[in-house]
Design a protein around this ligand. Structure first.
Ligand SMILES: C[S@@+](CC[C@H](N)C(=O)[O-])C[C@H]1O[C@@H](n2cnc3c(N)ncnc32)[C@H](O)[C@@H]1O
Length: 256
């Protein structure tokens, strides 16, 4: 039940963050990928919010995700646009690739879904090894305050005149020793005021210090690490930024 993005969670995600909905990230990733012509991987591709605009911009992308419901949205939206990228049902821990990549991208703080420090370090190493020499990993993480703040009121999304989806989140349980924040998310689907379905998901995220992630990237073998605040490339991160982006390169030589 943890970070599983089930049926209602995926539906809400797709209503709230449809294809092309940008927080500045789509433009940022599109610009940063300009120099890459080879294959690009998006782990945790979700509904294709970022993936599809990048495909439409001419990049050669493939993606994987651990939620069949999220992948269903992505496949449907690709088909509606006559796009047929490789999309697979895989997890961070069992992902296997048949090629190397020029770039790997992880927008929307998806890297923070890996809550065990050791698993996160292993994943960075895996990404490093999946990159072609000279290739880059680009990912972003949220400011930790976003993970610690108490949740707001119930949120709602109108499906149509008669149907509504709601989301109520518990206040986060914070584990300062392990840098994680755990919330219980209750999704509900209503029709004409009657409850049709309920789904409960546990949402667990890890926060990172900026320097800590920089050191972890180096430990995984990366070089030339650039950190930008607020999706403005080259802007040093500041406390006002809600998001920090990391771009880290696999050394051009193969013996790294
Ligand atoms: C915040 S969404 C990001 C979706 C998309 N990348 C975007 O930018 O909108 C996080 C995604 O991570 C996926 N996910 C969660 N745990 C995962 C895991 N262990 N392996 C692969 N994907 C996972 C979820 O299913 C969900 O689609």
């Amino acid at each position: 039940m943890e970070n599983r993005y089930g049926k209602l969670a995926s539906w809400v995600y797709h209503l709230d963050k449809p294809i092309g909905r940008s927080f500045g990230d789509i433009e940022f990733y599109r610009d940063r990928l300009q120099n890459y012509s080879g294959p690009i991987l998006e782990p945790a591709v979700g509904n294709g919010r970022v993936f599809i605009p990048l495909l439409e911009a001419g990049f050669q992308l493939e993606g994987f995700d651990a939620s069949e419901d999220m992948l269903d949205y992505c496949r449907r939206e690709c088909a509606a646009r006559q796009l047929s990228p490789l999309l697979t049902f895989q997890t961070f821990s069992d992902f296997q690739a048949t090629t190397t990549f020029d770039a790997i991208i992880m927008p929307a703080g998806s890297f923070q879904l890996v809550t065990q420090a050791k698993a996160a370090q292993d994943l960075l190493r895996k990404f490093h090894d999946l990159l072609a020499p000279g290739g880059s990993l680009i990912l972003d993480i949220d400011h930790m305050k976003g993970l610690l703040e108490p949740s707001g009121a119930m949120r709602r999304w109108r499906v149509n005149e008669r149907e509504l989806l709601t989301l109520t989140s518990s206040s986060p349980e914070v584990d300062y020793a392990n840098q994680t924040s755990f919330s219980c998310l209750r999704y509900e689907h209503w029709k004409d005021g009657a409850l049709l379905t309920t789904e409960v998901d546990f949402f667990n995220l890890r926060w990172w210090g900026i320097n800590e992630l920089c050191l972890a990237l180096k430990e995984a073998g990366f070089d030339n690490i650039e950190i930008s605040g607020g999706y403005q490339h080259g802007k040093p991160p500041s406390n006002e930024d809600l998001i920090f982006s990391f771009e880290a390169q696999r050394r051009p030589s193969t013996n790294s």
